[in-house]
Design a protein around this ligand. Structure first.
Ligand SMILES: *Cc1c(COP(=O)(O)O)cnc(C)c1O
Length: 224
């Protein structure tokens, strides 16, 4: 099946209110253009270097999302153009994004990444860490970031009940943060969860953004 056909099949399973981030990591510019020409405008990458290499080679109206772990010293490379950072996992990183956004006279939209999987994972925060950030003076003084919601990655397991419970936990986190910190902020509305193997469950549980690579482009080839 062609990439365009796979995209069409995926889109059929995604309701209109859910945004699709096409995850283009490891994919060549030519494949990304096929998806772009089929109408898709949101692309996600997980490495700063790959993102900054591809962005100038592709059309200007693409919304680039940063999905992967972001080191503070690399924020400056994506701050001029990135449209949503899904992977904010520390106050230090948020401060750096705010600083670089200010330099670029921008407000950068961010999601707080939460650790929801049962597997050991290096990335993502706990509720306690998020509360510490949102209650801090540092956060209150930031003018160039906007926290638009939450992101999480479920366990890579075959048991859909485990995955579903993890997505439910992220929705619970979203609801608590919404009512405690953003009750009258319409922009705090995003729940980014679900990948090729589990996005249908994520949508059932309330995802507003799904991040899909393999189901559209096929298996990634990391050897290139
Ligand atoms: C690679 C990646 C995805 C997409 O994974 P697929 O299984 O290829 O759909 C989604 N989210 C993040 C954070 C990723 O790194």
């Amino acid at each position: 099946m062609s990439i365009e056909d796979k995209l069409r099949d995926v889109l059929k399973t995604i309701p209109g209110h859910v945004k699709l981030v096409t995850v283009s990591k490891t994919q060549p510019v030519e494949s990304i253009l096929l998806v772009y020409n089929a109408g898709q405008r949101i692309f996600g990458e997980n490495k700063v270097q790959e993102l900054t290499e591809k962005q100038p080679q592709l059309p200007d109206d693409i919304n680039w999302h940063m999905l992967g772990h972001l080191q503070t010293n690399k924020v400056k490379y994506i701050a001029p153009f990135v449209s949503l950072i899904h992977s904010v996992d520390s106050l230090k990183l948020l401060k750096e994004i705010d600083k670089e956004a200010a330099k670029n006279k921008r407000v950068i939209d961010c999601l707080l990444e939460f650790y929801i999987a049962r597997e050991e994972s290096k990335f993502g925060m706990s509720m306690e860490e998020a509360l510490e950030i949102l209650n801090s003076e540092d956060y209150k003084n930031m003018n160039n970031i906007r926290i638009c919601g939450v992101m999480g990655i479920a366990s890579f397991v075959d048991d859909p009940d485990i995955v579903r419970a993890e997505f439910k936990s992220l929705v619970g986190i979203f609801s608590r943060l919404k009512s405690e910190f953003f009750p009258d902020k319409d922009y705090f509305s995003e729940i980014s969860m679900g990948m090729s193997s589990d996005y249908r469950i994520a949508i059932e549980e309330g995802a507003t953004i799904v991040r899909i690579g393999t189901a559209i482009f096929g298996e990634r080839d990391y050897s290139k």
